[in-house]
Design a protein around this ligand. Sequence first.
Ligand code: G6P
Ligand code: MN
Length: 444
Amino acid sequence: MKKYNIVIVGGGSTFTPGFLKSFCRMKEEFPINKLVLFDINAERQKTIGEFGKILFEELYPEADFTYTTDIEKTYTESDFVFMQMRVGGYKMRESDEKTPLSMGMIGQETVGAGGMAYGLRSTKEMIKAVYDIRRYAPDAWILNYSNPAAIVAEALRREFPNDKKILNICDQPENVVRSCSRLLSCDYKNLDPVYFGLNHYGWFTHIYDKTNGDDLLSEIKELIKEKGFLPQDAEQRDPSWLDTYGMVQPMMEDFPDYLPNTYNQYYLYPEYKVEHLNPNYTRANEVIDGREKRVFEECKTVIKAGTIKGYVNIHEDAHAEFMIEVAMSIAYNENNRYIVIVENNGAINNLPDDAMVEVAAVLGSNGPRPMRVGNIPLFQKGLLENQLACEKLLIDAYFEESYEKALQAFTLNRLINDAKKARKILDALIEENKGYWPEFKKAE
Ligand code: G6P
Ligand code: MN
């Protein structure tokens, strides 16, 4: 069996230890030759890298594990590059969330003004990283789930139009499917979803039971009405995530045709959400005080003990397992179905060909083969076209370094929706993102 060379970009991420554990657990299914962690923040990565060394020594001695900040060492001979960079770290996530909220607008990691701020930061670094990768590994598969994936996907589509080995992917549709399996008390592997949208903005039109072909959507709807909606791993989630999944119930009451992605809540109830989000303590704070602390403490404990024995709970990461299964589907030409982000080209019949859309696709060695969903209804089409125009204008602004285009993008965003507010938040975010954003020029 071929052994693969893996890179994780964002080695210092709070998600990395989970990935490392999953790679160890899945070593029979997906054997690796070497795994390299890469991060530009050497100090942050060191803690996770040292933890990884001990983990691999004990559980996976046959694989070569290293961590580095050297680009050439990282990418040379790599087969799969998992990209999970967070440009600006949690400090900038906090800014993305709090600055808009302080002005009465949704502040969130990937949607609204904060998502656009993050989008411009990620675009710059992702483009650079893809050039670095292609210099040393022209054939590696790039699996990107750096956020905001919708905006990053549009930027990479424009900069690398002929690169067929970049796959943008998000775990949230899969998380919603798994949550349905909890509700239905069935195995999520038996659920076959039909889905359309943009990243973090989509709907399930059907969820089929693979064992008998039944469409379970109406049963799911009834169950949600009765019991609400919980993430599959609710017991491990922070309160804000439970609120987020909880919003699926009112969304389905108001718009009962389809099951929504949890992120739709921001677009459908912006005023309600602004009233209920705490501008002084956002999700970034919850993560800093929760997951980040936990993960780094675990790593430090293991480093101090010099062993994982008694310190590491190996069965934990659905997100990592999902991404590794995606890589396996490509590596082994398994042609499993995943919801991925692809250039539309007719997958959603009544959206433009050059939109980066999220739909189910068969995924094999030749890349994703998207499944068509036909025409989508006017309501969803209207919402998505608005967001699509916003994202495209934002990427125009990036490439043209145009303040006007940025202002148009911000004005068009449904969570801002007013040119005066747009200018105010844009100007504030330009200040906050100095050094991260392109320098926008105003037309004479
Ligand atoms: C989901 C989304 C990701 C997002 C993450 C945030 O997994 O698909 O795109 O980054 O949630 O999670 P967090 O726990 O950091 O708020
Ligand atoms: Mn996502």
